[in-house]
Ligand binder design. Structure first.
Ligand code: ADP
Length: 584
């Protein structure tokens, strides 16, 4: 059973009153008894002394017949029992008994009060009197008469003490009941006020706990309740401050998390996802955060599962794998365990681009070495041949030397193209962007390829408006058009038809070089802009191509904020197109 504040206060005050009432009652009763005894004893002593004086004046001491009647008279006057006992213990007179009865009494010499009176001049004893069948107080004094020695004893029953004590008990009982009633009333009143204050305190504190963080308790008093209210207010302030700090920290953490380019997933001890950032949603092709789902449900990659299990042993670990999403991504995953909670944090770093670039670099090195190997080995072989056994035949020697020169030229072209590409990529190629007329640039390029074009019997259809210009670098534009024209002439079949067109489209200028040559299969259309990528390697080499021309075109166009591409022409051939910004 649980008592409220009111009930507890009541019980405490009643208990207090009972304890105080009972202990003080017991103490008072004891004191009263002692006081009454002391008074009775003093009175008896006085009676005994008075009786001694009277007995001393008696002439005949020999027989109770003379002493007993005097004892009776004295007893009546003093309302106490008076007894005279000879030194040998013989009772000589007793106010409570007749002379006859006195003669038959037993020896009183061993009574404690008699012994004490004879020894020290005063004897007091309390005991149950077998003669009178009641509790008695005896006070004895010695009586000397000549050589004879006797004891005069006064006694009174103690039954008069009890009524007085009972009276006191009644008084105390009434006072106790009165106190109890007052205590009940006062404690009720106090607990009413106290519980009202406490109730309002509890209500406010509950409101504060429920979220009304701005609310404060009015501190009306300086007592414990006032102190409690003050403490609650301080606690609420501290709490509010802590909540604000935590919220700021959380927001900062969320901002950092959301701002991270890496995907972050936090798992609980059961490997359920408890937190993901935006980068993770993007990487995993998810629209909703997969909170509460298991890792395996979300990312079906057993190797990642193994990694997390391995991390539970406390070792942070990493691994790389392909994510089975719509566009396969290569990711580097690292798992950091939180040993205290058994949870773990997974960081997924998208390395697709990095790995692609690594592959390109590796391929590039392979391609460059491959491209350089042929001319270098031809030059070396020819030079060795000429050096070791000079040829007799001048024509043959010339052939060797011409081949040597051709390969040296080829080497020089490759190196020059590579250098140029590297310069464009490193943004060291100084582009001076300005409005440049297209038609003259086309004209200049046509002149360069004129000889080869005519040799192949190719016709040209020129449709570039004379005033058409683009925001470009003049040299770069020359090189772009020349590369495209050069390719067209190189790969077109004899008597083919070549068309160069220029036009203005919304937001840019478009230049097209169309041929009716062999064309380019769709799967090769993107790749021919890569370094060293050729559709037909033998033919390209034969034509003196380096495999770098279109890569240079692409980089130059991009550097000038344009675009480049190739599409199929009808009925056959290819259309290489370039867009460039309009002049500003
Ligand atoms: P290359 O020095 O080999 O010509 P490019 O980078 O200029 O190198 O061209 C890459 C490849 O694209 C060529 O090897 C060729 O196979 C193909 N190509 C370029 N232009 C044409 C075209 N007009 N018609 C057909 N194929 C072409």
């Amino acid at each position: 059973m649980s008592l409220g504040v009111r009930g507890r206060l009541f019980v405490v005050s009643v208990a207090l009153i009972l304890v105080v009432g009972l202990t003080s009652g017991a103490y008072l009763e004891n004191q009263l008894r002692r006081l009454l005894m002391a008074r009775i004893e003093t009175e008896l002593h006085r009676h005994a002394l008075t009786a001694r004086e009277l007995f001393r004046s008696l002439n005949d001491w020999s027989t109770p017949a003379t002493i007993d009647p005097l004892a009776d008279r004295l007893s009546q006057a003093a309302s106490a029992r008076v007894t005279v006992i000879a030194q040998n213990g013989t009772v000589l007179g007793d106010s409570a008994l007749t002379v006859e009865q006195v003669r038959q009494l037993d020896n009183h010499g061993s009574r404690p009060e008699v012994v004490a009176a004879l020894a020290s001049g005063r004897g007091v004893a309390r005991r149950f009197s077998a003669t009178l069948r009641t509790d008695m107080l005896y006070v004895a004094v010695p009586l000397a008469r000549g050589d004879a020695l006797a004891v005069v004893r006064a006694a009174t029953p103690l039954d008069e003490i009890e009524p007085v004590v009972n009276q006191l008990r009644v008084l105390l009982g009434v006072a106790g009941l009165l106190g109890l009633a007052i205590a009940v009333f006062m404690s009720g009143l106090a607990s009413h006020f106290l519980s009202r204050t406490l109730r309002s305190l509890v209500e406010r504190a509950s409101a504060m706990a429920a979220g009304a963080r701005q609310q404060r308790i009015a501190v009306a008093t300086t007592d414990e309740i006032g102190g409690l209210a003050g403490s609650l207010n301080r606690m609420a302030e501290d709490l509010e401050q802590a909540v604000t700090t935590l919220a700021t920290e959380r927001d900062r953490f969320a901002a950092v998390l959301e701002g991270l380019a890496d995907a972050i997933l936090a798992l609980d001890a059961e490997q359920r996802i408890i937190l993901v950032n935006r980068a993770a949603l993007t990487l995993l092709d998810l629209t909703e955060p997969p909170l509460g789902r298991t890792l395996l449900e979300t990312i079906r990659v057993p190797v990642l599962q193994d990694l997390v299990a391995q991390a539970q042993d406390g070792t942070p670990s990493t691994t790389e794998f392909d994510l089975p999403t719509a566009t396969t991504r290569r990711v580097l995953a690292s798992v950091t365990p939180q040993q205290l909670t058994g949870s773990s944090v997974i960081v997924l770093h998208d390395v697709t681009e990095l790995r692609r670039l690594e592959t390109i670099r590796r391929d590039f090195v392979t391609n460059v070495s491959h491209e350089l190997r042929t001319p270098v080995s031809v030059i070396r072989a020819n030079a060795e041949t000429l050096l070791l056994s000079p040829l007799e035949d001048a024509a043959e020697t010339r052939e060797f030397l011409e081949a040597l020169l051709r390969q040296a030229d080829r080497l020089a072209r490759i190196v020059a193209d590579l250098l140029e590409l590297a310069q464009i990529e490193a943004e060291q190629y100084q582009l001076h962007l300005e409005p440049v007329l297209i038609a003259p640039a086309v004209q200049r390029a046509l002149e360069v390829v004129d000889q080869d074009r005519k040799a192949k019997g190719l016709s040209v259809d020129l449709a570039v408006p004379p005033g058409l210009s683009a925001q470009a670098d003049a040299d770069a534009l020359d090189q772009i058009i020349l590369n495209l024209l050069d390719n067209a002439v190189k790969y077109m079949l004899a008597d083919g038809h070549l068309a160069i067109r220029g036009s203005v489209e919304p937001g840019h200028v478009r230049i097209e070089v169309a041929d009716d040559g062999p064309g380019i299969a769709p799967h090769n259309r993107d790749r021919i802009f890569e370094r060293f990528y050729r559709v037909d390697t033998g033919r390209s080499r034969h034509e003196g191509g380096t495999g770098l021309g279109l890569a240079i075109v692409k980089h130059l166009v991009l550097a000038m904020h344009g675009e480049v591409g190739v599409e199929a022409a009808t009925p056959r051939g290819s259309i290489f197109w370039v867009t460039l910004p309009l002049p500003t």
